[in-house]
Every structure is written in structure tokens, then in C-alpha cells.
Write a protein that binds this ligand. Structure first.
Ligand code: SF4
Length: 266
């Protein structure tokens, strides 16, 4: 299951390194467990039929993993009908969150060509037209999508143009770090339908891992924008990254977010 500290698949049982522990994940056995390295070795021995000293908890895991698994789901069939078109205007970002995987992207400043955005939107609306759907849906992801504002603005207007041509409506969603200025915030609140804002919690939590590239915090501007968004029509959801440092404060974080904002989802 583990070779050179890398996860290895074994009969749809996975051991994934998580900090100094391992997540045993076996979807066909409906099992997920966080264990230490010794336990991984003991589970591996147990699966190989070796008898050794283990705890009751590990015996239970081995029993579960050696019991009949759920059947492997078959590949999807039927008409290709994606729920939305996802666009990544850029992988770059104005923040430097410590847990961000996108920072390692090979070309972090690469921005989507407008021609590519145009072709993707055109292709998607043709699919929407042929499927007879009344509503199209476009989601923006990043990096930080508003670091490539020209792509977001182009896609927004071009999508409305295509929607008007085929007589459907269009919904927009963005996942953002919310560090934009007030003008962009008001545009997002009034133009987009759903905004997923990355905010980890009160100032000491937010600025601990989710800071700017120069190390300065970004809490104030995001909370100001969250308040503006709370008062407008767009649905507002928060995406909270919980770390080992903050997991015990989850109830406090949830209560704080509910107090501070009118949220639709967490
Ligand atoms: S805001 Fe998102 S994309 Fe930007 S550094 Fe943080 S996790 Fe990465």
C-alpha cells in the first residue's frame, strides 16, 4: 500500500499520507480511517494473512477490508450532459496560502486565451441547445479567477450572448479568495448567482495560513467584501480550510461565520 512514502492502490484500498499519519480509504468497503505508520504496516500484514499483535480497532479494520466489497461501479452511460462548464481563467493567485497546491504549478502566471474561453463556451452552449436545457451554468475556478479579470469579464458577456441566441438563461458561480476591490465586489454580487468565498475564520485563523505573498494578512478586506455580498442577491457560501491547528475550533468558526454574514452554505 505504501512504497517510498507514496500512496499505492491495492484492490481499491488506498493509504494516503496525511502529515505524519495515513488515511486508509477503501470506498468499496465504506471505510475511511486515520492511522499511524505502524498501523498501516499491521493492516498490510493482516491483509496478507499474517498474524501479529494488533489492537481491536485494527482487527476491525482488517476484518472490514477482507469482507465482501461492494461491486465496482460501472462506467456512466447515456447522453453526455455535464451539469456545468468549469473555466479556470488562471492558476495564479495574489495570495500565498500555505496549503495551496496551485503554487507549485509549472506556469503559475499563465492566463487562459480568450479564444479558448470562446471556443469552450460556444461548444457548451451548442450542447445546451441540443439537450434542450433551459439553463446553462458556468463556474469559475482558480487559482484566483479575478487575477485574470479579462477572462471572467469576456466569458460572462460571451455566455450571455450565446444564451440570448438559443433562448436560455445562464447561471454563474465563482470560487474566490474575495480579496477584490469594492467595485469588483459589487459587480460580483449583482452579476453572479453564487459566490464561494474562501475564509477560514476569525482574523487569527484566517491570517495564520491564508496570507498575501509578502506575509501580510488579508482578513479585513475579505470580511468587508463578505458583508457587502451578504447584503446583495447572490448566494454566498464559505469554503473553510481546516488544519490540525484549527480543527478543535470548528464550532467557533461556524458560529462566527453565521454571526458575521448571511450565508447560504458552509
Ligand atoms: S486563495 Fe486559493 S489559489 Fe490562492 S493561494 Fe490560497 S488556496 Fe491557493
Amino acid at each position: 500500500m505504501i512504497v517510498n512514502n507514496k500512496p499505492v492502490q491495492q484492490n481499491n484500498i488506498f493509504a494516503i499520507p496525511v502529515l505524519d499519519q495515513y488515511l486508509i480509504y477503501a470506498p468499496l468497503h465504506n471505510l475511511a480511517a486515520l492511522v499511524d505508520r505502524l498501523a498501516v504496516c499491521q493492516i498490510k500484514d493482516g491483509l496478507a494473512g499474517a498474524r501479529g499483535h494488533t489492537s481491536d480497532g485494527l482487527d476491525e479494520i482488517v476484518q472490514n477490508l477482507t469482507s465482501q466489497a461492494e461491486p465496482v461501479p460501472s462506467a456512466r452511460e447515456g447522453t453526455f450532459a455535464p451539469a456545468f462548464l468549469g473555466l479556470i481563467p488562471t492558476r495564479s493567485c495574489n495570495l500565498a496560502c500555505e496549503y495551496c497546491g496551485f503554487l507549485a504549478a509549472e506556469e503559475p502566471d499563465l492566463v487562459m486565451d480568450l479564444e479558448l474561453a470562446r471556443d469552450a463556451i460556444k461548444w457548451y452552449f451548442d450542447l445546451v441547445r441540443r439537450s434542450g436545457l433551459g439553463t446553462a451554468e458556468i463556474h469559475f475556478f482558480g487559482g484566483e479567477p479575478f487575477c485574470a479579470e479579462e477572462v471572467v469579464d469576456f466569458a460572462f458577456h460571451y455566455a450571455w450572448l450565446q444564451a440570448s441566441k438559443i433562448g436560455c438563461s445562464v447561471r454563474f458561480e465563482v470560487a474566490t479568495n474575495g480579496t477584490f476591490d469594492e467595485e469588483r465586489c459589487l459587480w460580483a454580487a449583482d452579476s453572479l448567482d453564487s459566490i464561494i468565498l474562501s475564509l477560514d475564520g476569525p482574523a487569527d485563523i484566517q491570517d495564520q495560513h491564508r496570507h498575501r505573498k509578502d506575509g501580510k494578512g488579508c482578513f479585513e478586506v475579505i470580511v468587508r467584501n463578505a458583508r457587502i455580498l451578504s447584503e446583495r442577491a447572490a448566494e454566498l457560501s464559505f469554503r473553510v480550510c481546516v488544519t490540525a491547528d484549527t480543527v478543535a475550533r470548528m464550532p467557533e468558526i461556524a458560529a462566527w461565520l453565521c454571526r458575521e454574514s448571511r450565508l447560504s452554505g458552509l
